[in-house]
Design a protein around this ligand. Structure first.
Ligand code: SAH
Ligand code: SF4
Length: 384
């Protein structure tokens, strides 16, 4: 049998790893930087096109390395300009990335896991169970691919002699709000974040990269030390009793612990604030009393609130709060001086809105057996 030699996928290597690899071949650190710029900044995957690299270095790269993105199985364009890619990550699993253009920025939402173990009852990813963590190359591959596609479109649409790329069309912000819980895949996510911030790779500023977490307290502390990017915390409930059911991880890390972890995080990012995400579920967590309890929370942590209209999906059995209710809820918070925004729903015609990212997950956790009663009816019966 011929021996298969695994190639290094350069998309998954942060500066330290790449510098070490290049050093093994006798190369200086600046070679690694040059290579990184070709791969990440210019989106080049063919080593022959990396014209300022010495020929023997390119040959070594051919022999030992690759730039490999998971194949895209489908791609959708929404009427509002949102784009969605479904990446095939093998063994029947697929993950999604979504690009949302706005007037002053372009935000790419990417996935960190095939599925999720946290199993929030309002989330279609949670419903599908969990298969595996994505590798750094698979996480960065989503960004690499999206940037390349968007830049290609811009170039194609550009008239001869016209101004270069409209800046709002390229990726200016990355949010880890796709499928999966990023802090439960910490090592791979951390290497990906470092590449996003690296000047030789994507050069994004710390505040333009957001990790969203359901509240993995010990890992929030590690992220604060290692790479304090903007942090969004999926709060969704103002007390433990309700949060235990909406975000099951709360049973392990209750609100008190979570809020303390938020404050410790802010010690590492003194000019920042935590964004609390709060999904608006009709008759579940959208009463005036809930808003009043949130005000108490807002007094304890430097934060702003982002109210997210629930995006329904067939199995959830849950309903979105009415627009009027969301407005009133937001008003209660704002009257108390809490900065509050309501998220616009984008791309829902192509199921690309938050929580509709379903991808495909071959569940290995037997979620049906683990959580037989997790159907949202559980919640509605007690609170509806
Ligand atoms: N696991 C992380 C990141 C991925 S989920 C987390 O939970 O924070 C990203 C965001 O989408 C979270 O705030 C999540 O609560 C929200 N979300 C999940 N399902 C949703 C749905 N059906 N409608 C609207 N938002 C949803
Ligand atoms: Fe997992 Fe986030 Fe979905 Fe909860 S909301 S199941 S933590 S992806």
């Amino acid at each position: 049998m011929p021996t298969v030699i695994a190639r290094h996928n350069l998309l998954g290597m942060d500066t330290a790893a790449l510098t070490e690899l290049v050093a093994q071949w006798g190369g200086k650190p600046f070679r690694a930087k040059q290579l990184q710029r070709w791969v990440h900044q210019r989106g080049v995957s063919n080593f022959d096109d990396m014209t300022d690299l010495a020929r023997d270095f390119r040959q070594t790269l051919h022999k030992h390395c690759e730039v490999s993105v998971p194949p895209v199985s489908t791609e959708h364009h929404s009427a509002d300009g949102t784009r969605k890619w479904l990446f095939d990550v093998g063994m029947g699993n697929a993950v999604e990335a979504v690009f949302i253009p706005e007037d002053d920025r372009g935000t790419l939402c990417i996935s960190s896991q095939a599925g999720c173990t946290v199993a929030c009852p309002f989330c279609s990813t949670g419903y599908q169970g969990f298969n595996r963590n994505l590798t750094t190359a698979e996480i960065i591959g989503q960004l690499w691919h999206a940037r390349r596609e968007l830049q290609r479109d811009i170039t194609a649409a550009r008239l001869p002699g016209s101004e270069p790329a409209a800046p709002e069309r390229v990726v200016s912000n990355v949010v880890m709000m796709g499928m999966g819980e990023p802090l439960l895949n910490y090592d791979q996510v951390l290497a990906a974040l470092r590449l996003m911030l690296d000047d030789n790779a994507y050069g994004l500023s710390r505040r333009r990269v957001t990790v969203s977490t359901s509240g993995v307290v010990p890992i929030m502390d590690r992220l604060a030390r290692d790479c304090p990017v903007a942090l969004a915390v999926s709060l969704h409930a103002p007390n433990d009793e309700l949060r235990d059911r909406l975000v099951p991880l709360n049973r392990k890390h209750p609100l008190r612990e979570l809020l303390d972890a938020c404050n410790r995080y802010l010690e590492h990012a003194p000019r920042d604030f935590i964004t609390f995400e709060y999904i608006m579920l009709d008759g579940i967590n959208d009463a005036d009393e809930h808003a009043r309890q949130l005000i108490e929370i807002a007094r304890q942590v430097r934060c702003k609130f982002n109210l997210i209209p629930f995006n329904p999906f067939p199995q959830s059995g849950l309903k979105r709060s009415s627009q009027a209710r969301v407005r009133l809820f937001a008003q209660i918070l704002m009257d108390a001086g809490v900065v509050t925004t309501v998220r616009k729903t984008r791309g829902d015609d192509i199921a690309a809105a938050c929580g509709q990212l379903a991808g495909d997950v071959k569940d290995r956790t037997r979620i049906e057996q683990r959580l037989p009663n997790r159907a949202a009816i559980d919640i509605t019966q007690e609170h509806g």
